[in-house]
Each structure stands twice: as C-alpha cells, then as structure tokens.
Design a protein around this ligand. Structure first.
Ligand code: ATP
Ligand code: MG
Length: 421
C-alpha cells in the first residue's frame, strides 16, 4: 500500500515547480528594487510567540496551529504566518540589521490546520515583506505600491485593493464599546463562536465568514467613524499617497483581518467573484507588536503576505517550461552507448542540457524521445559516420541534417552554451 501525503499538503511537480522557482526569484528581485533583503527564519518557533503575537482569540491560535511538545518537553509550533518570526528575529539581532528603517522580506511554507479546499491548504506558501522603524504614511504607501507593482508584474489583473484603519489604543476602546453594544443587541443572530467572541474580542465577529454573522453585522458601527485625530490624519495621508502613486483602492470599513496585531492601516488585495478564498494578499500596520513580544522600544512597522498558491491559481498557466534537453544523443547501436554517455557528460560540463536513451531503443523510439524532450539538435552516432570519425547533427526544428566531424560537432554544440554552468 502506498503512503498518502498529509491531508491539505501538496507536492509541487515539474513543470509547475519551475514556475514556482521563477515566481519566487521574481518576488525577491522586485523586493530588492525597494530595498528589501531576504530573511530566513526557522519553521519551528516556541508556541508562545504566536499565541502572544497573533492573539489568543484568533482562529489561527484557537484552532489552526500545528503545535506539539518536543522531546525536551517544550511546546513548539510550525509557523502559521511569517510576521511574528521576523519581529522576533529583529528583536534578537537588532544591532546587526543596520539603521532604521529596516526592510526585510521572506518566502516559504506556513502551516494551518484548516479545512482543505480550493485555495486553502494546511501547508501553504507566502511571500512577505516587513518595513520597520517608521510611522510615516509614506511607508504604508511604499509597501502598497510594492505589492501592487509586484502583483501587476506577475501578470495579475482585475484585483482590487481594499483598505481600512483599525485605529490604535487611543481610539479603539471607543469603537469596541460601540461594537460590543451593537453585537449584544444582535446576540441571537450570531453563530456560536461569535457569541463567545463578542465578549472576548468583538472585532473578531466582523471577520467571521458565516453567512448568518455577515447578515447580522451588515450595519455594524464603522471604525472609521471612531478614529482619533492621529489615526484619521494617518489614514487620510495614506489615501492621498496612494492616489498620488497611482494605486487604485477602495475603503472597506468591515475589514479587520484574522490577526490581532494590526493597528491603523489594514489592506487586502481581493479578486472579485472568487468566493471565500478571494484574498490574494493582505497586511497592515502593527506598531505595537514588538512591545507585545517583549521588545523594550515601540517599533512602528507595516507589512504584507501574499498567498503563493492563490497567486499561481490566478496567473495564466503559461507554456514556459524549459526543454528537458537542448541536445539529444541518438545511438544506432548499443556499442555507441559508452561514447554517447561520454558526450552527454562532456556537454553538460560545458553548460549544455543533454539527454540520451540509456536502453538503446530503436532509432524511431529515440527520435520520438528527442522530440518530446524539446531538443533543438539530435546527434546521431552511426556505423558509417563513425568509420569516418564523424556524426550526424540533425536540426530538429528544420528537420535537416548534416554529417560533420566529431570535433566540429562538439564545437558547434557548445558554441552558444552558458559558460557559468
Ligand atoms: P483568509 O481570509 O483567506 O483565511 P487570512 O486572513 O487567514 O486569509 P493571512 O493570514 O492574512 O490570511 O494570510 C495572507 C494570505 O495568505 C491570504 O490572503 C491568502 O492568500 C494566504 N492564505 C492564508 N491562509 C491560507 C491557506 N490555508 N491556504 C492557502 N493560502 C492561504
Ligand atoms: Mg484564514
């Protein structure tokens, strides 16, 4: 019996894996244009990091984390998101990371025990970026322009950017009180989870995806009406900055995000009409997180994460797979296998992708394989040619062929090879 993979966790096979690698390098290159450098943090962290950062009453911490006790009795968790780890790393390596602002980005797998469905996995991947050390609304606009520009460069169109402000500790209590009173009056229309959340963390109710809660909270009081002066000025500056940068957006006063650490600006890039899995990328400002994680100073910060699986789902499956081989070595007899294999190793050593059939099948079958491999040239080792010290080079696209000396053949085949190989 074969062993199945873990539910909600997928293998990425070729040629899709080549698209994954290409998109990842494109992200890192695009990030570098904005001054973001890559950070690689461990996949395992202490459970406490996420319960404190993401919040005890969020879905992630309440029911989605892959947590376990390791052999030394410590509770560890496979990271469900990237921001908490990056902040932890920033706090422990502050002096090595240079002056503010610090710009860091990452790519990699995240783990959440959710119900697997299209666009929702248990191991999924994110590209993320975090900008630390400035409260300026320019930072918000920069991060959104970066995200908007990257998504467009990746070939996504029809996305809409929704933004909101969640206020800060100065103005949030007032909104919480209004919202709590509103939710109390709708108590019997909420789902069971939200009846509990209503008291513990009223904002969470607005993030509930159940239809009954969406309906019950349709006319909930808007946070934007409760913003203090500082938060309102910031939000207006971000809106002005986005308009000036040519980044289209709309306000969504219901958006709260699934993590507790956000303050002020929050945002999502959504695909209209993609159902519940319509958020491709999301993020926001989290000025209080460093202190929550034990930092001695307040570090203003803003960042985003892109869902890589959703990104791939939306990008046209282009025919961009590299050919398996550029040159295919064809043997007319098994006694040429040794020589063909030497050529193959030689060509690869010189930077040419080369292939051959080790079984020495019929010529017809070898040419079929050469064709399927995408090779531009086939080199045929034949009896008559061999006696003259030559081989036949066949141009697979032009379907023309020519007999040339072995030295000349090798010279031609390696002429344009990439020498860094
Ligand atoms: P959603 O509302 O779709 O559950 P979220 O609020 O949990 O998203 P974040 O934690 O902000 O999402 O993660 C950022 C992005 O990562 C999401 O917009 C989405 O594209 C992707 N993502 C989140 N959870 C999953 C998952 N289980 N499977 C695949 N992609 C995911
Ligand atoms: Mg979620």
């Amino acid at each position: 019996m074969t062993i199945p993979s873990v539910r909600g966790m997928k293998d990425v096979l070729p040629p899709e894996s080549a698209r994954w690698a290409a998109l990842e390098s494109a992200f890192l290159a695009y990030a570098a244009r904005f001054g973001f450098s890559e950070i690689r943090t461990p996949i395992l962290e202490r459970t406490e990091l996420f319960s404190r950062a993401v919040g005890e009453t969020t879905d992630i911490v309440e029911k989605e984390m892959y947590s376990f006790t390791d052999r030394s009795g410590e509770s560890l968790t496979m990271r469900p998101e990237g921001t908490a780890s990056v902040v932890r790393a920033l706090l422990s390596h502050r002096s090595e990371l240079g002056e503010w602002p610090v710009r860091l980005c990452y790519t990699g797998p995240m783990f959440r025990h959710e119900r697997p469905q299209k666009g929702r996995l248990r191991q999924f991947h994110q590209f993320g970026a975090e900008l630390f050390g400035t409260e300026s609304p320019y930072a918000d606009v920069e991060v959104l322009a970066f995200l908007n520009g990257f998504l467009a460069a990746a070939g996504l169109s029809g996305l809409s950017l929704e933004i909101n402000s969640l206020g800060d500790p100065a103005c949030r209590p007032e909104h919480h009180a209004k919202l709590a009173a509103f939710l109390a009056s709708r108590e019997e229309r909420l789902c069971d989870d939200c009846r509990r959340r209503r008291v513990q963390n009223p904002l969470r109710v607005l993030d509930c995806k159940s239809d009954r809660c969406l309906e019950a909270t349709k006319d909930a009081p808007s946070i934007l009406e409760s913003l203090c002066d500082g938060c309102r000025t910031h939000f207006e500056a971000v809106e002005k900055g986005l308009a000036a940068a040519g980044v289209p957006f709309s306000r969504n006063p219901r958006m709260v995000r699934g993590l507790d650490y956000y303050r002020r600006t929050t945002f999502e890039f959504v695909i209209p009409g993609m159902g519940a899995q319509n958020t491709v990328a999301a993020g926001g400002r989290y000025d209080g997180l460093a202190e929550v994680l034990g930092g001695s100073e307040r570090i203003p910060a803003i960042g985003f994460a892109i869902g890589v699986e959703r990104l791939h789902m939306l990008i046209e499956g282009g025919n961009d797979a590299a050919p398996e081989a550029e040159v295919f070595l064809v043997t007319s007899h098994k006694r040429f296998l040794d020589e063909a294999f030497r050529w193959k190793m030689d060509l690869i050593g010189k930077g040419v992708r080369a292939g051959m059939d080790y079984e020495g099948r019929s010529l017809k079958s070898q040419f079929r394989r050469a064709d399927r491999s995408g090779a531009k040239y086939a080199v045929v080792f034949g009896e008559a040619e061999d006696s003259r010290g030559s081989v036949v080079i066949r141009d697979m696209t032009a379907a023309s062929q020519e007999e040339v000396s072995k030295d000349e053949a090798m010279r031609r085949l390696t002429a344009g090879a990439n020498k860094e190989a």
